[in-house]
Ligand binder design. Sequence first.
Ligand code: IPM
Ligand code: MN
Length: 361
Amino acid sequence: MANYRIATIEGDGIGPEVAQATISVLKAACGENKLDFQMFDGGAGHYVKTGHVLPDDTFAACRDLDAILHGAAGLPGVVYPDGTEVGNDLHLRLRFRLDLYANVRPVKLLPGVLSPLRAFENGGIDYVIIRENTEGLYASRGAGVLLRDEFASDSLVVTRKGTERVAKFAFELSRKRNGAPRDGKRRVTVCDKANILRSYAFFRAVCDDVHAAYPDIEIDYAYADAITVHMVKRPDFYDVIVAENMFGDIISDLGAATVGGMGISPSGEIGDGHALFQGAHGSAPDIAGQNLASPVATILSGVMMLRWLAERHGDDTLSDAANRIETAVGTVLSKGLAVPRDLGGKASCTEVTDAICRAMK
Ligand code: IPM
Ligand code: MN
């Protein structure tokens, strides 16, 4: 009898390949029966066939099962009449309807992975971006103003509740970590443009209010433009960064680029009762179905899923399995046993997957 039921949406492009690779690794680590991966439709391809990007049965499973594992969504040219992409709507509908308010984007340079930031190898880059995931500029998705073909506008929404809960998530996470690589200090950096816009000044003020309950953690501030420089020049200064939705979307890709790229970058979109785990990359339709995709980002997202389930259910067997997978990924990459193409190697999706499974034995 499986202990945990996982709503699995393979999605579009490379989604099926990286999702199946992750299922193989998670089963190898947890045993065949611990996790029951139940497959559901969703994404741009499904929309083309049926007109539904997120079918009702898929949403019900995401709402009712224990966690959500997603491959990728989106196909070029599959857009709504207003020009926005259909595939992205899968994520966005799940984020807003399940209230997945903390988008957790770890930025960690793994041993053996080359960074464009030469001076920070060997543990020099290890921070987490907490992106507010249910409001900010995204609150306007599908609600912006389109006036004839001469005016368009979207509003930036910042609420006290939305900011309080994501800031609390960031401070709680920092409390569980070991501080920034540079100085070991537990630090939450608030990323905003409080110098220019009242909504960001409000975001910062609410983060300050939340900080009052965490005197053991340093609060730091960085404007969204300035932080892009700091993430390149002194990434070791960061422990946890909290940002509004759009800024978090942008800086998390920059962070990913400093530690090997989107193919190695995981994400967890976490609310109070639900969580979705997926690689931070897209559906890469140009390499779909050719066994070329790197499964590493989705596998590391699976590690995040196991740790979230372990904490939620008090199940140490899952956190042990997560640690074994993470160690195996580090071994495979640091020893060059199977290096995916995006990291300079030639290993196929299955070769990387099999090497990680072997490294766990
Ligand atoms: C991300 C992606 C999504 C976003 C898209 C796919 C909806 O860019 O998760 O970073 O814009 O948030
Ligand atoms: Mn993005």
